[in-house]
Design a protein around this ligand. Structure first.
Ligand SMILES: *Cc1c(COP(=O)(O)O)cnc(C)c1O
Length: 461
């Protein structure tokens, strides 16, 4: 049996929320102005009420609205594959499985939450959603989701990407989104930047500021985010819940669950349901959870666990997480989705407790892994999940040494069909490994200490 596919009953009826099962309560987000935990009312200015409720919810299971399941049916359940050809090429006794989210219309896991977010906003009378996007993965998921609920979407796309990576913009526009190069003339913030610097190439920080300003000024519009937040991660658990049932059909259970991390939403969506098995004593064996990041953006492997802003413009509350500092300037690596300075607070807490192990790989070894995968399994992986593939190959080779028949499960969270420039650069030998320097991380920490000395006094007391 190669894959388990298209059984309607596999689509979960509830999302799993990890919060009640965490080893300690999640440190609350803090408003730097008041130095107090953020109140739900403050978040409701920009997010739908139900999403704010889910953000802090202690309910373990949250029903998936039938309207959302109905959209999920367009591509869910997604297939789970056994990677026989890769196993054979590696001569490993390990069994390798991958869950494939690239079959969604936008080509990644992101619509799992985009559809839910569009639905709740629509239900609360919102007619338009705004967001920012870098390379366009989140923007295209949101544009697609808004299309399914007949809503408008406005996507502020970082200007360099808008100009250099036009294909996802075209996709967004095909779904009816308005896509603006950021900085734009649409917002006061954008206008201010353009006045001083008409050729500003844009950044995610600027695009976030524009998308929030736009939403705050229009009572019929709200803002959306595609990773990091608790409600986003819990929507992604459809991935792991389906996988568990599909693995039962293979009569198997993972020794290792592996995924790449940008903000941590797709990996969390895969491993949370297995973590639930572990905490409730239902897991038949010890399970290792392995999060893979680039050496160019090593938030967990090299960053500090501290309160920091989620964005460069310092608009978001302070969030407790592993961070490289909100001033982090992403090195120009090809895994665009893995260049975020922080990671989801739940993931960071679990890493802090040693429940999740983090690893980092450089992009050359990651693309080598992607090439082997493409030449055995056939699917062209996105550069982001190729990080997970690299970890899987390493583990499978270890099994070859020891003879252990481990079960390795990883998430192929998107296809690479819109990342051709990256693969072309790889094939022409133009990619270089990149390691984010340690000194820069220390610099960022000192910057934070200067900005919010009270935060560090509080922590050490
Ligand atoms: C956005 C994205 C990521 C990174 O985000 P997570 O929240 O960590 O999942 C990884 N891979 C793909 C294909 C993406 O689109």
């Amino acid at each position: 049996m190669y894959k388990v596919f298209l059984d309607e009953e596999l689509i979960p009826k509830e999302w799993y929320n990890i919060q009640p099962d965490l080893p300690e309560p999640l440190p609350p987000p803090i408003n730097p102005a008041t130095r107090e935990p953020v109140k739900p009312e403050e978040l409701e200015v920009i997010f739908a009420k139900e999403l704010v409720r889910q953000e802090a919810s202690q309910e373990r299971w949250i029903p998936i609205p039938e309207e959302v399941r109905d959209v999920y049916r367009m591509w869910r359940p997604t297939p789970l594959y056994r990677a026989y050809r890769l196993e054979k090429a590696l001569k490993t006794p390990a069994r390798i499985y991958f869950k494939y989210e690239g079959v969604s219309p936008p080509g990644s896991h992101k619509p799992n939450t985009a559809v839910a977010q569009a639905y709740y906003n629509r239900k609360e009378g919102i007619e338009r959603l705004t967001t920012e996007t870098g390379a366009g993965q989140w923007g295209s998921a949101l544009a697609f989701a808004c299309m399914t609920f007949e809503m408008k979407s406005t996507v502020y796309m970082v200007k360099v990407s808008y100009e250099q990576k036009p294909y996802r913009r075209v996709l967004m526009e095909m779904w009816g989104a308005e896509v603006l190069p950021s900085p734009s003339e649409r917002t006061d913030f954008g206008k201010r930047i353009l006045k001083d610097d008409p050729d500003n190439p844009g950044s995610l920080g600027i695009a976030i500021s524009e998308a929030i300003e736009d939403a705050v000024k229009d009572p019929k519009a709200k803002y959306t985010l595609g990773s990091v937040l608790n409600h986003v991660l819990l929507h992604q658990t459809v991935i792991g819940l389906e996988t568990k049932k599909q693995l039962e059909l293979f009569d198997d259970y993972p020794d290792m669950v592996i995924g790449c991390i940008g903000g941590g939403s797709s990996f969390s969506g895969l491993f949370w349901p297995f973590y639930h098995d572990v905490v409730t004593g239902k897991a038949p064996k010890d399970v290792k959870f392995i999060a893979v990041e680039p050496t160019a953006c090593p938030s967990i492997t090299r960053g500090y666990y501290t309160y920091d802003h989620g964005d460069t413009a310092k608009l978001t509350p302070l969030i407790k997480m592993y961070t490289l500092g909100h001033m982090f300037i992403p090195p120009p690596i090809h895994a665009g989705g893995l260049r975020y300075h922080g990671k989801a607070p739940t993931l960071c807490l679990l890493a802090r407790h040693g429940i999740v192990e983090a690893r980092a790989y450089d992009q050359v070894s990651v693309f080598d892994a992607a090439a082997l995968f493409t030449r055995t399994e056939g699917f062209l992986p996105a550069p982001e999940p190729s990080h997970a593939i690299k970890a899987v190959i390493d583990e499978a080779l270890k099994c070859r040494e020891t003879g252990e028949e481990k079960t390795l499960l990883f998430l192929l969270c998107g296809h690479g069909l819109l990342d051709m420039q990256a693969f072309d650069d790889y094939l022409r030998g133009k990619l270089k490994p990149y390691y984010y320097p340690r000194e820069k991380v220390l610099e960022a920490l000192n910057e934070l200490k200067k900005l919010y000395p009270w935060l560090f006094k509080q922590q050490s007391s």
